[in-house]
Design a protein around this ligand. Structure first.
Ligand SMILES: [Zn+2]
Length: 135
């Protein structure tokens, strides 16, 4: 039964190959630095810089979070001055994916911090009581 199903599937022509209009189409980014539109470089003083090839601007410090915010802002059209730069679908999708990954990571960090905060709130309560009792 399943064998005939497989045969049917195999007969369906695959027409869904996306157009290859960018040089890292199909490549999944592990980190934003893998992106061919983000260029890391150091200046003569050995200071860290990176350049966004979408808008051509360069920034200081190799901060992946900053890069992600930057490219996602651009993908969302928030940077009006550079609206002539069209970020293609593939890059957009990758930026969104990396951004979501980062958000998930941040959420888990926040939950962790929240747990710590609760603990310190209890500490503050105790400290306040102690302080009040000494008055
Ligand atoms: Zn940019």
């Amino acid at each position: 039964m399943s064998a005939s199903d497989d045969d049917e599937n195999a007969a369906i022509p695959v027409n869904e190959t996306p157009p290859l209009n960018s040089d890292n189409d199909g490549k999944q980014l592990n980190v934003i630095w893998d992106d061919n539109k983000i260029e890391k470089f150091t200046d003569n003083n050995g200071k860290q810089h990176w350049r966004c090839l979408w808008c051509g601007r360069s920034f200081q410090y190799w901060n992946a979070t900053k890069v992600l915010f930057h490219v996602n802002k651009q993908a969302g059209g928030a940077i009006k001055a550079y609206k002539s730069t069209k970020i293609d679908k593939h890059h957009k999708a990758e930026y969104t994916r990396l951004f979501n990954k980062l958000s998930q990571w941040k959420t888990s960090l926040a939950q962790l911090a929240d747990g710590k905060k609760r603990a310190s709130d209890e500490y503050i309560d105790t400290a306040t009581e102690l302080y009040a009792s000494t008055k």
